[in-house]
Write a protein that binds this ligand. Structure first.
Ligand code: FES
Length: 128
C-alpha cells in the first residue's frame, strides 16, 4: 500500500483521522464513481465501492461515516450490515458472506491516497 502516486488522489491519511473513513466521488452526471476509504484497525487503508451488496444502497447516511462507533467494522446505514474493514466481507446482517467491491489504492510517502486504476468504471479494481 505504498508507492508512486499514479491515479486520482481521493483523500489523505490525515483525512481519515476524524472518522476513520472518507467517501469520495469521481466523475460528474447521474452515475459518478462512488467509493470510500477506511483505516484498518491493524494498520493500513482499504477502499471499496460505496454500494452495499444487500440492496445496492450507498452505505453512508452521513457523509464520510462508514464505520461503527468503535471503528472496528464498516456498517451499512440502510439495514445494518457489518463488514470487516480489511477484507470487505459481510460478517453480520442481511448479506453475510457477501463482500464489498474493493478498489485498489496506493498511499504515497506524503500520505496521499490514490486510485491505482483511474478508468471511469474501475474495471481493473473489481475483485470478483
Ligand atoms: S442495503 Fe446495506 S444492509 Fe441493506
Amino acid at each position: 500500500m505504498s508507492g508512486e502516486c499514479e491515479g486520482t488522489i481521493v483523500c489523505t491519511v490525515r483525512d481519515l483521522e476524524a472518522t476513520g473513513s472518507r467517501g469520495f466521488r469521481i466523475g460528474e452526471g447521474d452515475w459518478p464513481r462512488r467509493g470510500f476509504v477506511v483505516a484498518v484497525p491493524e494498520g493500513g487503508v482499504r477502499a471499496y465501492e460505496n454500494t452495499c451488496p444487500h440492496a445496492g444502497h450507498p452505505l453512508d447516511l452521513q457523509p464520510h461515516r462508514f464505520l461503527t462507533a468503535e471503528r472496528e467494522l464498516i456498517v451499512c446505514a440502510s439495514h445494518g450490515a457489518l463488514f470487516a474493514p480489511d477484507t470487505g466481507l459481510c460478517v453480520a446482517g442481511p448479506c453475510v458472506g457477501r463482500s464489498l467491491r474493493p478498489i485498489e489504492v496506493t498511499v504515497t510517502p506524503d500520505g496521499e491516497i490514490a486510485l491505482v486504476d483511474d478508468t471511469p468504471n474501475g474495471d481493473n479494481a473489481r475483485g470478483d
